[in-house]
Design a protein around this ligand. Structure first.
Ligand code: MG
Ligand code: ZN
Length: 369
């Protein structure tokens, strides 16, 4: 009798406790089906702070798992976007200027290649040329970020499902206006044989049901956040809509490319405009993740730019009135990483930027089993 009573008293509460805890734990620990990596190029903590002062509430504030990353490259304390991007995309350090190749020139496999192996859809959305260092590390392997024409050829052959950004000049032959190539190759025409190619805001707005698309909306970089159309939030929303049709899930990288350039220019107002645009883009990803809880969002930067600091302003008036820069290049400051969704707790604490590539690739390899 005592035995039975103990069972009644203890086994039911324990059972109820377990059924309530285990699913929450499992959801937190499970392998994400979809991964969206959002990179703010040159976005340090001061840049985010300036954006928050002016915008008020940031979408980033919904992320509860935060960490800090060291950003040095293999060749230098101060990284460039190629080496830092390679660390994020492959999990390995390399020299500055290298695009997903090791210091001795061997290709380093990127997240996109792992994602394709498990039949996930893939995409890159940027506000720079699509051949620029940050997107290039996900789609190409080459010793120098400056070889845009070759990077464009590798991107064309990559089989990435959605490409949105600038850089059309690297995809059209030298005889065409706006071309940045020195040969006759017409990569856009080659791409058009097996995917939808669009080049204007109008074509973007009337893009129907497609499984893949290449949208290059400028010969080189897209305009600044207050002038570009389509904008980064709109391109991200469209990319997610297309990629999420894949039943195996997707990997998408989105870059706020121009936060970095505003830092190089020591232009506080452009930093704020670009950070707010990037946060609006994060909001688009967050909306999808809330409706699709098997989605992991990771937001980080490749490095800080400008040694930016805020000196005066007002929360009430939403204004940064005085700020300063220590120089016009990148700094070695650690950058923040924010994670949301399954696996988010893996990103907390202080680590190195290679941790991002290693963790994301680990999730994709787990999806193979
Ligand atoms: Mg970049
Ligand atoms: Zn830079």
């Amino acid at each position: 009798m005592i035995h039975t009573r103990y069972k009644m008293l203890f086994s039911w509460p324990v059972f109820i406790l377990l059924v309530s805890i285990v699913p929450a734990y499992a959801a937190e620990q499970s392998t994400p089906k979809n991964i969206i990596l959002l990179i703010g190029d040159g976005m340090g903590i001061a840049q985010i702070t300036a954006g928050k002062i002016v915008k008020g509430q940031l979408n980033l504030e919904e992320f509860k798992h935060l960490g800090l990353l060291t950003t040095h490259s293999q060749s230098a304390l101060i990284t460039d976007s190629a080496a830092a991007g390679t660390a994020l995309a492959t999990g390995y350090k390399t020299n500055n200027k290298a695009i997903s190749v090791s210091a001795d020139g061997k290709p380093l496999k990127s997240i996109i290649e792992y994602a394709k192996e498990v039949n996930k859809a893939t995409g890159l959305v940027v506000s720079s040329s699509i051949t620029h260092a940050t997107p290039a590390v996900f789609a190409a392997h080459i010793d120098s970020r400056k070889k845009h024409s070759i990077i464009a050829e590798q991107i064309s052959r990559s089989g990435i499902d959605v490409l949105f950004g600038g850089g059309r000049g690297y995809f059209i032959p030298h005889t065409k206006p706006g071309s940045k190539r020195e040969d006759d190759k017409n990569l856009l025409a080659e791409l058009a044989e097996f995917t939808t190619v669009i080049q204007t805001e109008e074509e973007f707005n009337r893009l129907g049901q497609v499984d893949s698309v290449v949208g290059l909306f400028a010969d080189k970089h897209l305009p600044g956040a207050d002038k570009r159309n389509p904008g980064l939030p709109g391109m991200t929303e469209k990319a997610i809509e297309i990629l999420s049709k894949n039943k195996n899930g997707f990997f998408l990288m989105v870059e706020g490319s121009q936060i970095d350039w505003a830092g190089h220019d020591n232009n506080q107002d452009d930093i704020i405009t670009e950070v707010i645009d990037f946060d609006n883009t994060i909001g688009v990803a967050l909306n999808f993740a809330k409706k699709n809880p098997q989605t992991l969002l990771v937001v980080t930067a490749d490095h800080e730019t400008g040694g930016f600091a805020i000196h005066n302003g007002s929360i009430a008036d939403k204004v940064v009135s005085e700020s300063g820069f220590t120089w016009t290049h990148h700094t070695a400051e650690m950058v923040p990483v924010f994670a949301y969704g399954p696996g988010a707790s893996d990103f907390t604490g202080i680590g190195d930027n290679t941790r991002i590539g290693k963790l994301l690739i680990k999730y994709l390899q787990a999806a193979r089993q």
